[in-house]
Design a protein. Sequence first.
Length: 126
Amino acid sequence: MRPDRRQSPRQRLESLVYLQFGIAALPAMVLDINQHGLALQAPEPLPPVQQVPLRFVLPGTDNMVEGTGEVIWADDGGRAGMLFSRLTPVSRKYLKEWFGKRTARRKTIVRPPRGEKARRAASGSQ
């Protein structure tokens, strides 16, 4: 398995994103996201365009992220990867705060040392 070479880790997520193609908005499911882009699953293959206006609400908030994404890959099954090419300043702020809270929450999880669980199981106490 190859190591993940992304600049920032992605967060798994299930949220609707609306992609604007002319006058039609295409809903798609966000699969994962980071501060630079997202992966999505659309109900049909994306039209052959590079820049797509998009908008979505960050889960657990009322904050709408709005901007433009650059389609960097897409397949015939409707999956695609996008880089945020332009976000509104407030959207960039919302993303930064949202990722900051999720990172802080992950750091507060306390796990017992590696051998601790095995020692407890061997001694019969948990």
